[in-house]
Design a protein. Sequence first.
Length: 443
Amino acid sequence: MEVNISYKRIWSIAYPIILGSVAQNLINVTDTAFLGRVGEVELGASALGGMFYFVLFMLALGFGTGTQIIISRRHGEGNSHLIGKTFDHALYFMLPLSFVAFFILYFFSTPILRAVIESDSIFEASVAFLKYRMPGIFFVFGQILFRSFYIGIAKTKVITWSTLVMAGINIVLDYGLIFGKLGMPQMGLEGAAIASTIAEGVALAFLIVYVIYHQHHKKYHLFVFEGFDKELFYRNFKLSSPIMVQNFLSLGVWFAFFLIVEKLGEHALAVSNIIRSVYIVLMIPIWGFASAANSMVSYLIGMRKEAFVFLLLKRIVIMTTSGVFGLVILSLFVPEALIRIYTDNQELISMSVPVLRVVNIGAVFLATGFVLFNGVMGTGKTNISFVIEIAVLFLYLFYVLVVVNYLGGGVTIAWTAEILYGVLLSSFSLLYLLKGKWRHSSL
């Protein structure tokens, strides 16, 4: 079988994921921009409440990534029957997990947020936000499973379409429900949460209809449910569980980062929320190409073409870095114009500009780090990727605690931790790919 790892082929897999990320980011930008006009408390509450929600979201994304790796491997082997069986067994796990996540949000979000948030106003607003946000956990878990399937079989265009549908609905509902426009009630922060939840539900419905309309459920034997295969279920869980934990801890550490910043004051938290939104824009090409790296590495190993893995990763790193450089140059030339999208407060704008310069540097290092790290996961050695992530996160959090709590660093210094994260992730991942025993691995 011919191996195709050309730049064109890489781009054909990555660009729909990137466009999907652009549409997803429109939701983040819209929420932040609209709520920035409502007030600093609402802006900070949406950041902390949203981070708590996405800590649980990352659990599902971890299992979805593991499912994606296995589906890519079966796709490389040409085994469509096992693709469907893998998908069905992933559903056996994902459905109960969504109920567990909802249970955690419903019963434990308030006491946890009360324990870690100092500002009473931000705490109350965060709880109100999550009240309307938590039902969306069922919809987003379902989306993750379909996303894993389509990236795994290298048919990624549907990701763009589903995310565009979600973004369009979210933006319209945001405008209507936050400000009381288009005949809708004015609900402020709660309106933003409701808009996101409804948009996620519609996006999941779109994906289900797409699968049925294109008869992918027949071609790849989805929803057959021919019986519970304990060995297959265990294999899926064994591969995915390290990714689930590392994703959970990764976003958990970033949540801790925001809690540390919150102690610097409401201004510092508002600045960090603005920078978080800009940073996500810089990360868009990184996520798209990293997902392509993950899937294509597993696909190559499934074809028994391990010799092409380094050439593939080299090309993806070049493409990722080029994309990030373009965005970095833009933000360096017009930093204040970018920040004004989120706020008109001149003090916040002035505080945000130096932080933006720092994250520009961090994004360049992460371009390499994320691709190589996803290459490690694509080999199926998720236990190794787990060790790498834990080591990097420990050093990252230790650095933030030292520079903020002991050295008195402000919000700009705190964000330099992103540079450290990118350097360490790149170094550790490359070291394993060069020296580790991942070739000819089986799943």
